[in-house]
Design a protein around this ligand. Structure first.
Ligand code: NAD
Length: 255
């Protein structure tokens, strides 16, 4: 039985991945800011008969990130898989982009990936096995207007992914990034409203003309597609797949 940490695992994509991992017998540490995080963890544990522990560590705080990894090592025994998924978004033209949103997005979406990976590294190295999976974005590969911090942070995650893949190669540690297109989660629901304001459009026009315009398959990406890819990346079978940016974006980045 293997153990995984999923940051931002109590909502949206992270929670969907958590369900699949629990269904496949993984013990989990779920992290997130949702007030009912402990309840979500308890429910998953009961439903799937695995150990699920909860951490409300703030991904903006490196000491709390280290504490989360220590908690997982203490309560689960070891960390075999780290899924860096916590993320936020802010949509605004560059000249109005609030400095505090820039700092928060860089910290949560990018720097937390470094801090958490650094903290799990010694254990993975000692055991000769580790899987680090970064939930990046199509915006790790392509840009869109009004998202300067998010695009910068996700491109930064691409850089972290490649460096960790190189350093992990002789150690049995792989690192890959999943790059989703638009997925209908609370993060995107909030963006629909923000983008409508930034573009001066109705919300249905934002979905059709801004979001799905970029995805030749005119559908939101399903969370299960991301979860199943993460399960494969976490497996023994994926030991030679490393340093890859894997788009699940309905064809967006083919353009
Ligand atoms: P979501 O808002 O549903 O979930 C985000 C999670 O991150 C929540 O559990 C939240 O509590 C957690 N989080 C936010 N700030 C945190 C902090 N400071 N400390 C700890 N946890 C924090 O969003 P989602 O759409 O599921 O996004 C998950 C990841 O997928 C993000 O990295 C996002 O950038 C990425 N992504 C999402 C989409 C999409 O269309 N939804 C597309 C591409 C990439």
């Amino acid at each position: 039985m293997k153990n995984a940490i999923i940051t931002g695992g109590t909502s949206g994509i992270g929670l969907g991945i958590a369900r699949l991992f629990a269904a496949h017998g993984y013990n989990l540490l779920l992290n997130g800011l949702e007030k009912n995080g402990q309840q979500i963890a308890d429910d998953l544990a009961q439903e799937y008969g695995v150990d699920v522990t909860f951490s409300s560590a703030n991904m903006q705080q490196p000491d709390q990130i280290r504490g989360m990894v220590q908690q997982a090592e203490k309560e689960l025994g070891q960390v075999d898989v780290l899924i860096n998924n916590a993320g936020i978004q802010h949509v605004s033209p560059v000249e109005e982009f609030p400095e505090d949103r820039w700092d928060a997005i860089i910290a949560i979406n990018m720097s937390a990936t470094f801090h958490a990976s650094k903290a799990v590294w010694p254990g993975m190295k000692a055991r000769g096995f580790g899987r680090i999976i970064n939930i990046a974005s199509a915006h790790a590969l392509r840009a869109s207007e009004y998202k300067v911090a998010y695009v910068a942070a996700k491109h930064g995650v691409a850089g972290i992914t490649k460096v960790l893949a190189l350093e992990g190669a002789p150690l049995g540690i792989t690192c890959n990034a999943i790059c989703p297109g638009y997925v209908r989660t609370p993060l995107v629901e909030a963006q629909i409203a923000d983008q409508a304001m930034a573009h001066g459009m109705s919300e249905s026009d934002v979905i059709e003309k801004v979001m799905l315009k970029k995805q030749p398959i005119k559908q939101f990406v399903e969370i299960e597609a991301l979860g199943n890819l993460a399960l494969y990346l976490a497996s023994e079978a994926a030991g030679q797949l490393t340093g890859s940016m894997l788009p699940v974006d309905g064809g967006w980045s083919a353009q």
